[in-house]
Design a protein around this ligand. Structure first.
Ligand SMILES: [Mn+2]
Length: 430
């Protein structure tokens, strides 16, 4: 039995006050869905089994290029971060695993494993960092890492990724996510082809060290920190990488890493069709890689992504098992609250996508009835699935309203007393 960070009687008291009205809402929704030929309990079961990983760096305040405004009671190290992640999972019951970032979270693997176990958590993908220089690092990544012109710098970047795999093996992770900041800021600064050749060659060395039951996720991003060209800039390049490396290599889609207005759900469909969708970094964006909370700006897009995922799941697409992770930067909210809300938004998009009448949709597509086809999606999207999400949480021991329960717990104020403020800390945007 995992240790509770938030007193379980507080959650029980909170739920007791909500229980009767939730039951009425759930039954009313069940009746409406029944008229549409949908069994609400079957949807509930799927939603209850759905999880999304939390990034360790997400529980601290992120910041921008201009400033970082730390909140009170911020985690001081990975063990504080794991405790905050435990709070998120206890209240939402949707985030049982944590994605670590090396070197920010470097610590004794045995202690990491023991602490996670105590909190009922596991470890998701490992994240390497060759986009900034760690203290004491011999060679700088200022001009790139895995694609650097200097072989010794590339070797150092490869070695770092190998170390991430070793740490991951010791704590039970099964995947490595690689995102690099390599690129150029001026036309002519870099030879596109040579840089990509160097990257592929270095990644082959990383791939060779991957255990047989691991997956390698490469993450594309259009720009930033390089503002003219980026070595792994889009899903096309990412697909080429996954193809070149082999069957354990997959593409990771971060929702914020595309040009504005790009049809991300279509990219998702393409990667699924060719067996190369590895997973997601969920967040939302208005202009660029804003790292806003999932579903905060365009919940319909999130739903359309899940519409593709549910469709592929029903289709039995080969090797289809995408990893779900949040990747956000919190600047003006309590990170724990943002991560809880985002986990629920991702769950909500999934639940809504489960309600799509796929038989009807297929019929409208076959007869080119564009209006009814799009209305079929809208009917699912418009359905308020909150009673399903809340019921899934309550049945798993979480809170009907996680943010309200969290605020009532006084956790942040307690942490403000226990954790003295720190001035530095890892960045929040990857
Ligand atoms: Mn990301």
């Amino acid at each position: 039995m995992a240790e509770h960070v938030i007193a379980s009687n507080l959650v029980e008291r909170h739920n007791a006050a909500e229980k009767a009205s939730l039951r009425r809402d759930y039954d009313a929704l069940g009746e409406r869905l029944y008229r549409r030929g949908i069994a609400i309990d079957a949807v509930l079961q799927k939603v209850a089994a759905f999880t999304v990983a939390v990034p360790s760096w997400g529980v601290g305040t992120g910041g921008t290029r201009f400033a970082r405004f730390p909140g009170v009671g911020e985690p001081r190290d990975i063990f504080d971060k794991l405790q905050d992640c435990a709070v998120i999972n206890e209240l939402t019951r949707a985030t049982p695993s944590v994605s670590l970032h090396i070197p920010w979270d470097k610590a004794d693997p045995a202690r990491l494993k023991e602490t996670a176990y105590r909190f009922g958590l596991g470890f998701d993908a490992m994240n390497s960092n060759t986009f900034s220089d760690a203290p004491g690092q011999p060679l700088s990544y200022k001009f790139g890492s895995l694609s650097h012109t200097d072989p010794a710098t590339r070797r150092q970047a490869v070695e770092h990724n190998l170390e991430c795999i070793e740490i991951g093996k010791a704590i039970g992770s099964k995947a490595l996510t690689v995102w690099i900041g390599d690129g150029s800021n001026f036309p002519g600064q870099s030879n596109f082809t040579r840089a990509f050749e160097r990257y592929l060659s270095a990644m082959k060395d990383v791939y060779a060290a991957l255990p047989t039951d691991w997956r390698l996720f490469t993450e594309h991003k259009m720009y930033e920190p390089a503002f003219y060209s980026t070595v792994v800039q889009d899903w096309g390049t990412n697909y080429l990488i996954a193809q070149e490396l082999g069957q354990k290599a997959f593409c990771l889609v971060d929702l914020g890493h595309h040009a504005p207005n790009v049809n991300i759900e279509m990219i998702v469909a393409r990667l699924i069709q060719f067996g190369k969708l590895g997973g997601f970094h969920f967040n939302d964006s208005k202009y660029g890689d804003d790292d806003l909370d999932a579903g905060a700006i365009d919940p319909y897009r999130l739903f359309l992504v899940f519409n593709e995922l549910v469709d592929a799941g029903l289709d039995g697409a080969k090797g289809f098992s995408p990893a779900h992770m949040l990747d956000q930067s919190h600047n003006v909210t309590d990170p724990i609250e943002s991560l809880m809300v985002s986990a629920m938004e991702v769950q909500r998009a999934y639940a809504q996508a489960l309600l799509v009448d796929r038989g009807a949709l297929e019929g409208f597509q076959a007869t080119n009835d564009a209006l009814m086809a799009t209305q079929t999606l809208k009917a699912a999207f418009r359905t308020d699935v909150e009673p399903i999400l809340a019921m899934a949480r309550m049945m798993a021991g979480g809170a009907v309203d996680p943010v309200a329960a969290y605020r009532a717990s006084g956790y942040r104020a307690r942490m403000a007393g226990e954790r003295p403020a720190v001035s530095a800390g890892g960045g929040g945007i990857v």
